[in-house]
Design a protein around this ligand. Sequence first.
Ligand code: A3D
Length: 320
Amino acid sequence: MARAKIALIGAGMIGGTLAHVAAREALGDVILFDIAEGTPQGKALDIAEATAVFGSSVALKGANDYAEIAGADICIVTAGVPRKPGMSRDDLIGINLKVMKAVGEGIKAHAPNAFVICITNPLDAMVWALQKFSGLPKEKVVGMAGVLDSARFAYFLAEKTGVSVQDIHAWTLGGHGDDMVPMVRHSTIGGLPLPDAVSAGFLTQDELDAIVKRTRGGGGEIVALLKTGSAFYAPAESAIAMAKSYLLDQKRVLPCAVWLSGEYGLSDLYVGVPALIGAGGVEKVIEFTTNDEEKAMFAKSVESVQGLIQACKDIDGSLA
Ligand code: A3D
């Protein structure tokens, strides 16, 4: 069977990390695409030389021409600009919306059968716009944010309780903004929902509240430390988990920004919910039961996403 073709649109910090991980895991041949001349070629060559050390038979190539992504099985989009300290994700909308238009048209022309994972911020609005610009089926276009936000939540819980991160299952839903919704009742430590883990003495309620707050600001914490860009290792790993679920038909249930058509009482927008990812793309949306407090937090987060989508429509009339 032919190797999968993985197109990485954007060869910056996340794109380069994606290429490295995809090559190490031998997920398929990698095309690194960017508008910057030399960057994708240099990173592809560097990683290709490393394959001789870690022993992987995949091919890597850098490109500045969309024709090179022809027939890609999967496209992971990080093209655009990241945050600098003091910026919110929403401040990126003007620049990154134009980038999504170019990327969407490139994918439509050359890789219309691909499964597309968008990472560019502000995530929920950019994946919405990318689906519109590309015209690809909605179940084949998803956004990566929930896997990362949930990983941060799980890591902070592991760090505080001393329980292996492997036995912590955390869920974060809603938009990828500071009002995202860490799902305390649905997240578990060794199978115990977090309220029960508090009762059992794994951590105090105050510690749990602080972790929820830290999770919401997790991206900003890294931006403040790095000063020149945003997180890239954990975002790349998160997108790889989604890509593997599609390429290997693993049917994992992962929190992703997906198109909703009635689920959670919402339609016509992308927002983070648990979704089953398999060879068909988004094969099912899982609806968590939510109490009044969770519903209110989710509604607030959705309101922010709707505001960003409206801003996209205001900027680009073709989206209205
Ligand atoms: P960076 O290292 O700047 O890479 C972005 C790359 O995009 C650069 O190499 C640019 O040359 C390239 N680029 C710009 N315009 C175009 C274009 N029109 N076509 C093709 N390539 C282009 O950024 P990064 O890799 O650190 O981050 C990429 C994006 O991911 C940013 O928007 C971040 O905000 C976002 N991000 C999202 C998350 C989520 O969880 C959703 C996490 C971290 C970063």
